[in-house]
Design a protein around this ligand. Structure first.
Ligand SMILES: Nc1nc2c(ncn2[C@@H]2O[C@H](COP(=O)(O)OP(=O)(O)OP(=O)(O)O)[C@@H](O)[C@H]2O)c(=O)[nH]1
Ligand SMILES: [Mg+2]
Length: 188
């Protein structure tokens, strides 16, 4: 039997309503852009992305940004070790909302449970109103190592966002390594 090493991680896509979270995931999976509906609660997807230490099979939990679904979020976020925090670079308030999301996620994650964060500045195909200065201050305040401007519409840097999160999780040992034989032998 082939005993292949598998690396897995659960990641959250969070940010303001309409920032383009679902569009980003759609662009990653289907390599194209289409109009998507606002998310009801959460969407789920899986994709193998590539960090600097190798591939990671990502379980992607794309959270609705709408406050009316917030009560459901603690359940969806359990066990996540990576967060892609999405801001809309054309909306100034998007960054404040992203900060609130980060605090929200941190508040119900076990304090011992560390997670890696990549800040994605989406809608990079449009003129930006968010200044580099504000983004730098935000990253410094929240200890975020990586900001990547991207566009779900053109596909620019979409893959880079997800691959960078894989690298960040690998550096912090936040990916789970198992073997395919574990899956084969586990009871159903
Ligand atoms: N120009 C441009 N429009 C985008 C881009 N990404 C998303 N949009 C548009 O922004 C709107 C919101 O996109 P969604 O992907 O639904 O946003 P969301 O963050 O998932 O929203 P919620 O699920 O309500 O939290 C849609 O009209 C998208 O077509 C982008 O990169 N460029
Ligand atoms: Mg959505």
């Amino acid at each position: 039997m082939v005993n292949e090493r598998l690396t897995i991680a659960k990641v959250l896509i969070a940010g303001a309503p309409g920032a383009g979270k679902t569009s980003l995931v759609h662009s990653l999976i289907f390599e194209g852009f289409t109009e998507v509906a606002p998310t009801i609660g959460v969407n789920f997807a899986q994709k193998v992305c590539r960090g600097e230490a190798g591939p990671v099979n990502l379980s992607i939990w794309d959270l609705s940004g709408q406050p009316r679904f917030q009560c459901l979020m603690p359940r969806f976020c359990q066990g996540a070790t990576g967060v892609i925090l999405v801001v809309d670079v054309t909306k100034s308030r998007s960054l404040d909302t992203a900060g609130q999301w980060l605090e929200f996620i941190s508040s119900f994650n076990n304090v011992q449970q560390e997670f890696a964060v990549v800040l994605a500045g989406n809608k990079g195909d449009l003129p930006a109103v968010l200044s580099q200065k504000r983004i730098q201050l935000f990253c410094a305040r929240h200890n975020i190592m990586e900001y990547i401007q991207c566009s779900a519409k053109t596909g620019a840097n979409v893959r880079v966002v997800f691959d960078s999160l894989c690298s960040a999780m690998q550096r912090k040992h936040l990916v789970l390594t198992t073997s395919s034989s574990n899956f084969a032998q586990s009871p159903t």
